[in-house]
Design a protein around this ligand. Sequence first.
Ligand SMILES: C[S@@+](CC[C@H](N)C(=O)[O-])C[C@H]1O[C@@H](n2cnc3c(N)ncnc32)[C@H](O)[C@@H]1O
Length: 310
Amino acid sequence: MDIPAWFETQPYYQTRHGAAFLGDSLALMQRIPDNAVNLVMTSPPFALKRKKEYGNVHAKEYVEWFLPFAEQMKRIVTDDGSIVIDIGGTWIKGQPTRSLYHFRLVIALVEELGLHLAQEFYWYNPAKLPSPAEWVTVRRIRVKDAVNTVWWLSKSPFPKATNRNVLKPYSESMKALLKNGYRAQKRPSGHDISDNFSQDHGGAIPPNLIELANTDSNSGYLQECRAQNIKPHPARFPHGLPEFFIKFLTDPGDLVIDPFAGSVVTGDVCDTLDRRWLAFEIQEDYLQASKFRFPELSGSPQQLPLPNTR
Ligand SMILES: C[S@@+](CC[C@H](N)C(=O)[O-])C[C@H]1O[C@@H](n2cnc3c(N)ncnc32)[C@H](O)[C@@H]1O
């Protein structure tokens, strides 16, 4: 991708449709003009009880830490743009009860920053390991925490979106119903199910519960990390998560950014879906390894062709 002229910084690397930058996304977002980005698709560091290797912020300070990033996100998205934030919950230290930090965050984003909560989503990862062991597997007084909240926020109440782009295959019973026909009748709930119900719309409208196991064990990225003895990023998106929101909320050619890019899954998905993208990551080792996602990039950053800046 040609780096937009307004982005006066050299990328760490660039691909067909995007570019990854090393640095603090708070400073990097300041280089983006107002209303330039169609979608912010990201997963910031969560406030975790046990710190991950890339340094997580404590739940108590989380909202205060995140708001300056969110102000930039709001400024740079288009009026019909969206901000999608995947954020996991956490436990209060030493007791089997939950922190409210991710709820406090969404309330602050709406009530203090003036964003709209277009819809809340839940990403259910059936492969999540039971944790914390003390409450779940030792004392057995809590169950496995297997969902992340995904806050879909927008600048206006009517962000660009079409669920026609994310239809799911019909269930077997729906397929049979479409084949054999449906007699219009009232449901016990009182809902009037019209003949419209028996029309084939090309697939089922998906719910706001997204089931995706994060079980990738053999992608090119992981193979190359193993081959080069590099530790893979510990909190990667499954491709299906950004894919869902990118298809749902953007068109080909739109600009998507991920300000907490990690192993650059968002950029990888954008390249496949013909969306332009910018990824920002503060840790060089993550960005270095993320190049494995793009077969056209091999060798060290110094060997890459010079970026196409002004
Ligand atoms: C939850 S991970 C994102 C993982 C990513 N979604 C993926 O699929 O690989 C959050 C990332 O944000 C990065 N990060 C934290 N603070 C940052 C900042 N101020 N600017 C840029 N990146 C930051 C961390 O190094 C970490 O890699």
